[in-house]
Ligand binder design. Sequence first.
Ligand SMILES: Cc1ncc(COP(=O)(O)O)c(C=O)c1O
Length: 401
Amino acid sequence: MNIEQLLAGRTHKMSVNTIREILKVVAQPGMVSLAGGIPAPESFPLDILQVLTTNVLEKYGPAALQYDPTEGFAPLRKALAYDLGSRKGILASPEEIFIASGSQGVLDAAGKIFISKGDPIAVESPTYLGAIQAFDPYEPRYVTLESDDQGLIPESLENVLARETVKFIYLVPTFQNPTGRTIPLERRQRIAEIIQARDALLIEDDPYGDLRYAGQPIPPIKTMAPDNVIYVSTLSKVFAPGLRIGYYIAPQNVRDWLVIVKQGVDLHTSTFNQALAAEYIQGGYLKKHLPHIIRLYTPKKDAMLAALVNYFPKEFTWSRPEGGMFVWVEGPEGYAMRELYYRCVKQNVAFVPGQFFYTNPANGIHTMRLNFTMADEATIDAAVKKLADIIKARHFLYPQD
Ligand SMILES: Cc1ncc(COP(=O)(O)O)c(C=O)c1O
């Protein structure tokens, strides 16, 4: 059967998630991988899952297994409203919080309701690959925003919005994937002013805000421009990604559309998983478990930054995140990181070439993303040393030479 001729035109814009493909390669035995982007299994609160499950069955019984409203499981919305208000300063009633199947589900839904072919949307460069993958099938025209070590440069946003009306702006302001960068308070305030003045819509994707290992928390942009921001977050990094619990707070007219989209996609997110999440937050388990996750990741982050200082050639620079899961490394302009990747994989050490995080991959060929959550400190040290040794032993700056 010729499936090709049956496929919709939009499939030409769909591609496999390159990183997922890379992860298959690097899952080979003996490989030391800094390529992953997933939480450490030790971060999952396995020890309390039995208790959570018992509590859920006692409290909700069959309701935890029944169909439920698309908007989300009421006790979870209530628990999140309290948690977001008390810990992040986001003031929202339970009725204003909507549950999604991971934050990824919100990104696709946003693409579906806002983007017609050729519509401009503004993104950081680099940005989260999964967002590019979610938006691509709707065929947007990407307008790239400039960033530096402190993330998005507000003037760049101002210039873009002065030039054209974008459908939305997509940002990961805190411990960004892939760079680990965080937009400081003053810039956030400026960004909030700009989007309010231009009546622009911002999707603020915040999966990593809770994973802070140093410094002071910075309020989400949502708190500064509530009517212009769709705030999206997830329990994937602070509970368990396999449960697929994401959530969002959006302006009224937007959230109605997002709910209609979700009705057509999956009716609602797993009731049982939402009930577990409600119990996890409401029962105080999240608050107790978060410090454990932070204690687990802090030395890993420190080990990676120390190893980069100790081993990497002086021509390379890297981000120094205070949280999240990633460090971003830049080689000299023109350095072919993808070539380096192939050489490294042959020697059983892996990372993600950074070009996949650019809407125009030609811009990122000299960059790489390193993950520090999966390996232990000694392994991180050894892997970074090995990477550095491969870079140095070749005596090349430009592997294509
Ligand atoms: C920036 C960003 N947004 C969204 C997601 C998707 O997370 P979820 O598991 O909630 O779908 C990720 C996952 O790594 C991410 O890094």
